[in-house]
Design a protein around this ligand. Structure first.
Ligand code: G3H
Ligand code: 13P
Ligand code: ZN
Length: 353
């Protein structure tokens, strides 16, 4: 027993992950970034990453376009890639941005959909500059208490915190909801003042994944036969902004599910019938309001998969991962640049280049 205990302590000491503040890694929190985005009528892209190719494409796109950027890591990404490795990848991303000519990059390392105090604390200790605590599936008072606890810890290290009110349909990492429940505007003042959160994720009709709406919730374009989704609840957004003037609002589930990627996937052995996302015009409109962070993950997964499937279909003898991950990376870079320039409007918004 004693031997086991000693071995465990040795193991912990040997592999103990050094606590680090994000400032030492060259990262920034979201506070100034959001303030400027609201004043300037644009939104900061929050792109999820799980691997090197996604990170390379995000940094290349944001650096070349001089855009601030949020690198999002979900619990699933941590498990997939290893938390320590992700931290050093983010640190490497700052150096890579400088190498690409951005002397003063503004890069946030953010925990997406944190589901416990312990997970948020661990990320803060590892060097994350921002965390989301997603208590949206809990009863209201429990969401307040959990969010408040995370804020109290995070603010000691000048780490910013995103909370969530309302439930998005689809799969929210560990949080599942059969159908969405819009954020109640009458709750937002109480929630933000009791918790002290720096930003608030809301539910106005977006949802996660590539199937955001059931076909029966949509109409069909008579010319193309493609599904046309229902509009976002801008009236709910307006009511929230009235309650919280100038407060940073976040939209999750904001992929648009580009049909060209879905078509490439389906034409090359894939099967994504009736995949549908949020029209980009609606996101462009939202970006001009207090919505200052827009989360995009699925579109990058679709770009990656489309490029890989195309290479596999056209060159069945190919087995060098660089020959299919390379085109995937290139297509994701095109996607990220399009989002930054044509949807969110964050290009050229770095305080200093
Ligand atoms: O909102 C969820 C994100 O798209 C992350 O998804 O848990 O599969 O990494 P994941
Ligand atoms: P999408 O699935 O629409 O890309 O949403 C991603 C997201 O909200 C990550 O938190
Ligand atoms: Zn999300």
């Amino acid at each position: 027993m004693l031997i086991f205990a000693v071995e465990r302590i040795d193991y912990q000491l040997k592999y103990c992950i050094k606590m680090v503040n994000y400032k030492e890694l060259g990262l920034v929190n979201t506070r100034e970034m959001f303030k400027k985005a609201i004043e300037g009528g644009y939104a900061i892209p929050a792109f999820n990453f799980n691997n090197m190719e996604q990170l390379q494409a995000i940094i290349k796109a944001s650096s070349e376009l001089k855009s601030p950027v949020i690198l999002q890591v979900s619990k699933g990404a941590r498990n997939y890639a290893n938390p320590t490795l992700l931290r050093y990848m983010a640190q490497g991303a700052v150096e890579y941005a400088k190498e690409l000519g951005c002397a003063h990059p503004e890069i946030v390392l953010h925990l997406d959909h944190g589901d416990s105090y312990e997970l948020c604390k661990n990320c803060i200790d590892l060097g994350f500059s921002s965390v989301m605590i997603d208590g949206s599936s809990l009863p209201y008072d429990e969401n307040v208490a959990l969010t408040r606890k995370v804020v109290e810890y995070a603010h000691q290290y000048d780490v910013t915190v995103e909370g969530e009110l309302g439930v998005l349909a689809g799969v929210e990492d560990e949080v599942q909801a059969e159908e969405s429940h819009y954020t109640k505007p009458e709750e937002v003042i109480d929630f933000t003042s009791k918790t002290g959160v720096d930003s608030l994720a809301i539910s106005i009709g977006t949802s996660h994944g590539a199937y955001k709406f059931k076909p029966e919730q949509c109409t069909r374009d008579p010319k193309t036969g493609k599904l046309v989704p229902p509009p976002l609840a801008f009236d709910v957004l307006d009511a929230i902004m009235k309650q919280l003037p100038g407060f940073p609002i976040v939209l999750h589930g904001s992929s648009s599910v580009p049909q060209e990627y879905v078509d490439i996937i389906n034409a090359n052995g894939g099967k994504l019938p009736d995949a549908v996302g949020i029209p980009e015009e609606q996101l462009r409109l939202a970006s001009k309001s207090a919505v200052c962070k827009i989360n995009i993950d699925s579109d990058s997964r679709l770009a990656f998969t489309a490029a890989v499937r195309k290479v596999f279909a056209e060159k069945p003898g190919e087995f060098d991962p660089r020959k299919y991950c390379g085109p995937a990376r290139d297509l994701m870079e095109v996607l990220y640049k399009h989002k930054i320039t044509d949807v969110l409007g964050s290009d050229g918004k770095l305080a200093q280049c």
